[in-house]
Design a protein. Structure first.
Length: 325
């Protein structure tokens, strides 16, 4: 005689109110876990940023009031005067020169770093004996702190330094004095320091490309240049664009390398960060210094926005996430 097995009873559906309470409890737990990080970010990022924006509209007001004859101290609201003085004031010419230096440093240095970084990545990606040693040696410059790298290259670029010994000119080049040679010295040092960064990121992109793609191209008779241009470069483009964007943002705010290598007050190597530092530290003019910083912040934001929109850099990986779903 066959026996019938009864199915277990279906559990009753969870009441909507219970679901809402569970969701609210999960949300409160997530907020509690994230709140320490948000608090730290608010203290070290949001507050200094908002403070700099506020100071950009003020100037230090220390002196005797000509109307009352009373010594006054504190801050005075000046509106957009600090920003107008950047272009039209006494430091207008120096600021425009610093803006030009900042932009040219970024364009030239990043372009050289992209070329050298891609070449480094291709070398590190190839299978050969001693590849691990080559990878480690290529990444050494990136591991050196920028200020130390500036001092190192300052010694190399001395009048009796290594560079002039190699050039063997009758008259040594004074690399660390003001002039075009100082501009080239910063470009060379920055390229040496940060090209491995792009090489490292591009190498990570190369390692996810399947060998089957290259084997198929080889069977089709594609030349090495055609393979690189039609397969390698398109497949590493997302990684390369993110690396280039990071380098652009980093170079636009360059400070420690030209400051330690060449020094402040040089027309050829003045950057916006250098003059903002001098206004704040040397002259105690925090209002104009904040105006320089705010301008640089907006300049970097515009450059990043244009770069992402025009070239389509997937910085947050949202497109990959959408393709995965």
């Amino acid at each position: 005689m066959a026996t019938t097995v009864e199915a277990p009873p279906t559990p009753p559906p969870t009441p909507p109110a219970k679901k809402q309470r569970r969701k609210a409890g999960t949300g409160r737990l997530a907020a509690a876990l994230v709140s320490p990080t948000l608090l730290v970010l608010a203290l070290v990022v949001a507050y200094p940023l908002l403070s700099a924006f506020r100071l950009a509209f003020y100037q230090r007001n220390d002196g005797v009031n000509p109307e009352t004859g009373i010594l006054e101290t504190g801050e005075k609201f000046v509106g957009l005067e600090n920003f107008s003085d950047m272009f039209l004031g006494a430091n207008g010419e120096r600021f425009r020169n610093a803006l030009w230096n900042t932009t040219t440093f970024t364009v030239v240095a990043v372009s050289l770093e992209v070329v050298l970084g891609v070449l480094m990545a291709l070398v590190m990606h190839r299978a050969f004996k001693g590849r691990a040693l080559v990878r480690a040696s290529i990444l050494v410059p990136w591991a050196v702190p920028t200020a130390i790298a500036g001092l190192l290259w300052r010694w190399i670029f001395q009048a009796d330094g290594v560079v002039n010994k190699i050039l063997a000119l009758d008259t040594p080049v004074l690399w660390t004095t003001d002039g075009l040679q100082a501009w080239f010295a910063v470009i060379i040092a920055d390229t040496w320091k940060t090209a491995p960064f792009i090489g490292l990121l591009v190498l990570a992109g190369l390692q996810v490309i399947s060998n089957e793609v290259y084997e198929a191209a080889k069977l089709d008779g594609a030349s090495p240049w055609k393979t690189f241009w039609s397969i390698t470069l398109p497949l590493v483009k997302p990684t390369l664009l993110v690396a280039v964007l990071f380098r652009i943002l980093d170079t636009l705010r360059m400070f420690d390398l030209p400051y330690t290598l060449i020094g402040p007050g040089k027309n050829a190597t003045d950057t916006i960060t250098v003059i903002a530092y001098e206004e704040a530290v040397k002259f105690n003019k925090y209002g104009p210094a904040s105006a320089y910083s705010v301008f640089l912040f907006l300049y970097i934001a515009v450059v990043a926005f244009v770069f992402v929109k025009l070239l389509g850099a997937d910085v947050l990986g949202t497109r990959a996430g959408k393709r995965g779903r």
